[in-house]
Design a protein around this ligand. Structure first.
Ligand SMILES: [Zn+2]
Length: 172
């Protein structure tokens, strides 16, 4: 069994082994963040280790931004067109769209200095891509359905069964 470590802000930081959790508790670095606990029976004592613990002091975790890739853009947008909202698996003018039909659109076209960046790219269907051409969404009169953002970096890897007490803090 492992313990979910939260930042003081309640943001999940890591899944750590019991032993490490115990050490943090004994050093007074963390508080229990749930009632749910594991009972550890030692030679002469019984220890309760909460399944979720929270740092008393906030630590600043430098986040490496996710590296931009075409595939990353399509995945971030869930193969849904930012202009018309059509998704993979839906029909467009009689054609069944699959994931391979979607392309990465540059809001400011590359021919005009638009960059390969999370903020300047989004998933578009073949129809909208052709319609927009080398124009900006504004010029083409094609409003965005959402604002393209840097995707959240998945920094927590939990394997196996996730204890109920963790689910509040993890997007599962
Ligand atoms: Zn579209």
């Amino acid at each position: 069994m492992a313990v979910l470590l939260l930042n003081a802000s309640y943001e999940p930081l890591a899944v750590i082994p019991q032993r490490r959790a115990m050490s943090l508790m004994l050093r007074g670095r963390v508080d229990a963040a749930t009632e749910e606990a594991m009972i550890i029976r030692g030679a002469s004592n019984v220890l309760r280790i909460p399944t979720v613990i929270r740092l008393r002091r906030y630590i600043n975790v430098p986040r490496r931004g996710a590296r931009w890739t075409r595939r990353g853009v399509l995945q971030r947008d869930g193969y849904c067109c930012i202009y018309c909202g059509i998704r993979a698996g839906q029909r467009q003018r009689g054609q069944l769209l699959n994931k391979h039909n979607f392309t990465v659109d540059h809001l400011i076209p590359r021919s005009r200095g638009g960059k390969n960046s999370w903020g300047n790219t989004a998933c578009a269907c073949p129809f909208c891509n052709t319609r927009k051409g080398g124009r900006t969404p504004h010029e083409a009169g094609m409003p965005l359905r959402w604002e393209p953002k840097i995707p959240r970096v998945g920094y927590l890897v939990a394997s196996g069964e996730i204890p109920a007490a963790w689910k509040v803090y993890l997007e599962v």
